[in-house]
Design a protein around this ligand. Structure first.
Ligand code: RNT
Ligand code: ZN
Length: 420
């Protein structure tokens, strides 16, 4: 390791130590955190099952940066490149449409074997896998409804797809020795004000009961449900709202997924964690960055990300929280998008671990809000960067923006082949 990195680290460590902060302990804790990196940033949520299928479901990707992965091999190559630039061992979050198979298989007939190659690869890379049924971009979701569809045959199809997804999740967990989180998100909703708000919710509740009826080993698979406020084309009403899934999740012991982009524009998920934590056995996060709407921008180290990190660390919620990323930007290099978003999420956690929490808590308890504010603000210019740089070097990944040169070199190497 370069001398300057060590020197800066030692000096920074000393400053933090003056506040009783155990920097080594923080780095150790950080190295144990697994972030679930979403495969769908790599190809603009296209997947491999629907040849030429357009993205539907009220989500949308904009941008025309060249080089989106076109095959499972390309996607795995891109993921490997990204992971080589991110400190730590992590997970990959797959959607059902990313099955790696030559068979023409329908979503309701998917089986673990269609993901065997992903599992072999994950084993070889030391990665965990998470999973999602894909209830969009499909002929049977064209009219905007899936599990809450008024037609029982359509509902049946999506129920069977979600059941298949859970079994695949359990297979991942069993094979990899790491619990898989299988997250159900559906786009169901109305563009304009509905007459009947309760009937679709009742149908969704019944469909979910069926989806989750089969008991699976919770150390292999955990189920999560993801709510949303609105989507493109479902501006007036979304069946799976926050209240719906909060109720469902608590009543049925499912993980509740909080996606940072799924609330009113000024509403933040950081402020929800401490409440949900008291009433649930676990939480799933979709760390994203909404810009004016659920735009799924690449996660930056902004106030909300820092606040999410603080809540997880200060509330000791890391053990019960599964941290997943959910963004898709096709206007920049897609490997870079992963690296930026994942490194930022780790940085937010490390920053939170290096806060003088004991002193801040004491000040707050004593009503000394002057100290609380002063210390919070002064810590913003503490040499966090020196600790992060040292951590990256120690974990064998590029320091600071050095990773960008590697992405550029990789781009030069793979892009020409993808333009044909
Ligand atoms: C959509 C949800 C959902 C998707 C992914 C692709 O608004 O956030 O999580 O982004 O499943
Ligand atoms: Zn999401």
């Amino acid at each position: 390791m370069r001398d300057s990195l060590i020197r800066n680290y030692e000096a920074a460590k000393e400053l933090y130590a003056q506040h009783g902060i155990d920097v080594e302990g923080a780095l150790e804790a950080l190295s144990r955190i697994r972030i679930s990196m979403h495969c769908w940033q790599g190809d603009d949520v296209r997947g491999f099952l629907n040849k030429d299928g357009a993205l539907t479901g009220g989500i949308s990707v904009t941008g025309s940066y060249p080089g989106a992965a076109r095959t499972p091999e390309e996607l795995r190559g891109d993921l490997e490149k990204a992971f080589s630039l991110i400190p730590g061992k992590h997970k990959v979050n797959l959607h059902a449409i990313y099955a790696d198979t030559d068979e023409q298989v329908e979503l309701d007939k998917l089986e673990p074997r269609h993901y065997e190659k992903w599992v072999d690869w994950a084993k070889q890379q030391g990665l965990g896998l998470d999973f999602n049924p894909t209830c969009f971009s499909h002929e049977k979701s064209k009219d905007g409804f899936t599990l809450s569809h008024p037609d029982p045959d359509v509902r049946r199809f999506w129920i069977d797809h979600c059941k298949a997804a859970r079994r695949i999740g359990a297979y991942f967990g069993e094979q990899l020795g790491q619990t898989c989180v299988t997250n159900v998100w559906i786009p169901d909703g109305f563009k304009d004000n509905p007459v009947d708000r309760i009937a679709p919710r009742l149908r969704l509740k019944e469909s979910l009961d069926e989806v989750f009826a089969e008991e699976l080993n919770p150390s292999y698979n955990l189920d999560a449900v993801e709510s949303k406020l609105f989507g493109l084309g479902s501006e007036a009403y979304v069946v799976g709202s926050h209240e719906f899934y909060m109720g469902y999740g608590i009543q049925n012991d499912k993980l509740i997924c909080l996606d940072a982009g799924h609330y009113h524009p000024t509403e933040v998920i950081s402020n929800k964690l401490s409440s949900l934590a008291l009433f649930t056995s676990g939480i799933l996060l979709h760390v994203s960055r909404p810009m004016r709407w659920d735009s799924d921008h690449v996660v930056t180290l902004d106030d909300e990300l820092i606040e999410i990190g603080r809540e997880l660390v200060r509330g000791e919620l890391l053990d019960k929280t599964h941290i997943g990323l959910d963004f898709f930007d096709a206007s920049i290099n897609r490997v870079a998008a992963w690296v930026i978003g994942t490194r930022n999420t780790l940085k937010a956690l490390l920053r939170a671990m290096l806060d003088p929490v004991d002193a801040l808590r004491k000040a707050e308890l004593e009503g000394d809000y002057t100290t609380r504010l002063a210390l919070t603000e002064e810590f913003k210019s503490y040499p966090f960067g020196a600790i992060w740089d040292y951590y990256c070097a120690r974990m064998g990944v590029p320091v600071r923006e050095e990773w960008l040169a590697e992405v550029r070199a990789y781009e030069q190497q793979v892009l020409p082949g993808r333009l044909t």
